[in-house]
Design a protein around this ligand. Structure first.
Ligand code: SAM
Length: 242
């Protein structure tokens, strides 16, 4: 959840900091992230900060991380589940080559349309195919089609946590061997280590068990190598090896 930094800025960006102090997180943002944030991403971040659900957005440091990661792996064909206003989508679109592609899915098109003018202005909309609706049936259809097996370089999952394991069962087939799946929020506000009687918000408590189950399943899955990073709300990178 947003924490109240000395200057309240965490609240503004809706960040779920896992660092030991707000000051340290603010230091990262001000020293390394904001000075290098592309104008379009800054604009979208500021628009999103005014949204009543701004807490859902990917943080600027995680956006910077995703952008760098996608360039490092030379990603071209990607997928995103959970778009909201499009901050991580824009970070992805900026990292891909001009003929790169992102299949972007969300049950809510209205929020995507808030960010779309910024993406269009940046000349990146042609890389995006947005599909409104639940992602799971789309994945099932793709698997049934047979054309998409092992075709994705990178897949970012940032939507309904209670379906992450269902996504994983399908995505492991769609990502290529050597490709990456990134699961967001795998430290779930730090609640993964909260004692059973900790006073957690209802939705944090509800999704916590799914996140715990996912983390165990990923650690035991021999088809992937994993790396869990305390960036944003925790992101687990899974590299398909078989
Ligand atoms: C945490 S937000 C995504 C944040 C986004 N990555 C960003 O950078 O701002 C989660 C999104 O998942 C979407 N969502 C929830 N259930 C979904 C489902 N079954 N299929 C696709 N999207 C879903 C929500 O509408 C919401 O926009």
């Amino acid at each position: 959840m947003a924490s109240n930094g000395e200057n309240g800025r965490h609240q503004e960006v809706g960040h779920k900091s896992l660092l030991q102090s707000d000051a340290l997180y603010q230091y990262i943002l001000e020293t390394s992230v904001y000075p290098r944030e592309p104008e379009a991403m800054k604009e979208l971040r500021e628009i999103t900060a005014k949204h009543p659900w701004n807490l859902m957005t990917t943080s600027a440091d995680e956006g910077q991380f995703l952008n760098m990661l996608l360039k490092l792996i030379n990603a071209k064909n990607t997928m995103e589940i959970g778009v909201f206003t499009g901050y991580s989508l824009l970070a992805t679109a900026m990292a891909l080559p001009d003929d790169g592609k992102i299949l972007a899915m969300d049950i809510n098109r209205d929020n995507y349309e808030i960010g779309l003018p910024v993406i269009e202005k940046a000349g990146l909309a042609h890389k995006i195919e947005f599909r409104e609706g639940p992602a799971l049936p789309v994945l099932d259809q793709m698997i049934e089609d047979g054309k998409y097996h092992g075709s994705y370089d990178f897949i970012f999952v940032d939507a309904d946590k209670d379906n992450y394991l269902n996504y994983h069962k399908r995505l492991i087939d769609l990502v290529k061997v050597g490709g990456l799946i990134g699961y967001d929020n795998t430290l779930w506000n730090g609640s993964v280590v909260a004692p059973p009687d900790a006073p957690l918000r209802k939705y944090v408590r509800y999704y916590r068990d799914f996140v715990l189950e996912l983390n165990k399943a990923l650690a035991a899955d021999p088809r992937i190598e994993i790396c869990q990073l305390p960036v944003g709300d925790g992101i687990t990178l899974c590299r398909r090896i078989s």
